[in-house]
Write a protein that binds this ligand. Structure first.
Ligand SMILES: Nc1ncnc2c1ncn2[C@@H]1O[C@H](COP(=O)(O)OP(=O)(O)OP(=O)(O)O)[C@@H](O)[C@H]1O
Ligand SMILES: Nc1ncnc2c1ncn2[C@@H]1O[C@H](COP(=O)(O)OP(=O)(O)OP(=O)(O)O)[C@@H](O)[C@H]1O
Ligand SMILES: [Mg+2]
Ligand SMILES: [Mg+2]
Lengths: 257, 257
């Protein structure tokens, strides 16, 4: 049975897509059969992975067509052991339809259990920056929810609000929901504000912050501009080694080897 | 009658809150009576402006209590001529209630027309990163929609999707909707990928990109960590002068002086 991991946060631009793409790639290169699912109507996984063809079926069908099976929506990638389900919501009317079905917070959990969890060892979900019904579907479907956070002041207040909303979810929707940890991303050791926030986060949240910190890394930007991941493209870069370390930390911390 | 300006985009972390706070501050320091309205349930305006007291009434009441008037929700700031309406949505149940009312896309437009447009010369709206009902409410209520964008590859695809959704809105909701322009933010002239994307955006979108480019500026981060805006705190910084130049460009381009 697959371990389902979501990258969720209410704050935008914190590295949810980048982290989902690279953790999935690190697991796949490590030999684990991995599925990357894009639940964000923005569809960033499409460009981050350099997909060229038009997406025919994907997230919309999982929610809006009952008969949809895994083979209808699954796409291969150039990385062995790694497959994709992309987000094909591109009209507002689609988004409205999707949100109506997503009002059943267990919809994605049930579809994955029936069609995908038996086929993969890891399912990684890229989640929109929000606490709306689609994001709740992702969290309810997950064993581990990872919250990426930049080392900036605005991100702290937003994290507090997100953790408040998460407690709300645990109390009203599903008591088994667990935050696996906070992941510090795009850390630039030359910016004093980053060091200050980083110290503050470890002091207040301690164990629930991953040891691995993902550094700011220009090769990550270059790779995404080229529609590739940074692990396959610049293996020696600090961004690539950061995500490989994160994969290993997750395998050890949650005994998933 | 106030000019209503929204900072909207589907991509997160592009500087919507930072731009809304600083454009409002620049107009207020220029002598224009300005209202800054936070429509994002994440509530970033609260921390960016260093508000200390608990928010009693704000965005939630505008949508969910018919009798709400401007004086019920209005807060002063330390900048003369500038007032705030904050986002007081902090429980999931509130967010669901809000989204139900927001299904009427003209709700905010009507409330502002009745209670606020006669009191201010500018109303600036911080919008969540999405194309959901709340974001649509903001765009329908606006004269000018400004789309902040970082000079990064993932942002280009997301911009295309957003412009597609915007055309959808014009066709189905309100033909008068207009994008005022694309605003390039957090531009770092030392990053080659930024220069490349910047050139690409001006070549393909030309006139619809603001001449003013907001540079990456460490004082912006320091100011937000201190709960202040950068114009009042570091007037000589490139971030402060960037937003002052933007305010002047908007006043000239749309003859609002
Ligand atoms: N470690 C890193 N070093 C440098 N740039 C990075 C790094 N991680 C992410 N980025 C860049 O930062 C930007 C934001 O990252 P990303 O799009 O993954 O965030 P997100 O949280 O998914 O955003 P959204 O809220 O729009 O979904 C992207 O342009 C990405 O390429
Ligand atoms: N010109 C700038 N120079 C340096 N840092 C900046 C600049 N503009 C914004 N930032 C920082 O970048 C981060 C993202 O900005 P901001 O929160 O305004 O984006 P946003 O689009 O509102 O995000 P969200 O999608 O979460 O609403 C913040 O920490 C902010 O302080
Ligand atoms: Mg993303
Ligand atoms: Mg914001």
């Amino acid at each position: 049975m697959a371990t389902v991991i979501s990258f969720a946060s209410q704050k935008g631009g914190v590295g949810k897509t980048t982290s989902a793409v690279h953790l999935a790639t690190a697991f796949a290169l490590g030999g684990y059969r991995t599925l990357l699912l894009d639940l964000d109507p923005q569809g960033s996984v499409y460009s981050a992975m350099g997909v060229k063809q038009r997406v025919i079926q994907g997230t919309l069908e999982i929610f809006c067509q009952d008969s949809t099976t895994l083979s209808d929506v699954l796409l291969p990638t150039s990385t062995e052991n790694m497959h994709l389900i992309l987000n094909d919501v591109d009209r507002l009317a689609h988004e409205n339809e999707l949100m109506k079905v997503a009002a059943d917070y267990h919809h994605l959990h049930q579809w994955l259990a029936r069609h995908a969890r038996g086929e993969f060892e890891f399912i990684i979900i890229d989640v929109p920056a929000s606490t709306n019904a689609l994001s709740i579907n992702a969290m309810v479907a997950s064993n581990l929810v990872i919250v990426p956070m930049q080392c900036e002041a605005l991100a702290i207040k937003s994290l507090k609000r997100f953790l408040l909303a998460f407690k709300d979810l645990q109390a009203n929707i599903d008591p088994n929901l667990r935050i696996a940890g906070i992941l510090l991303t795009m850390f630039d050791h030359e910016i004093p504000a980053h060091q200050k926030v980083c110290r503050q986060v470890y002091q207040t949240l301690g164990e629930s912050v991953f040891q691995t910190i993902i550094p700011k890394c220009p090769q990550v930007l270059d790779a995404s501009a080229a529609g590739m991941d940074v692990i396959n493209r610049s293996l020696n870069s600090i961004g690539a080694t950061g995500y490989i370390r994160l994969a290993n930390e997750i395998l050890d911390r949650f005994r998933l080897r």
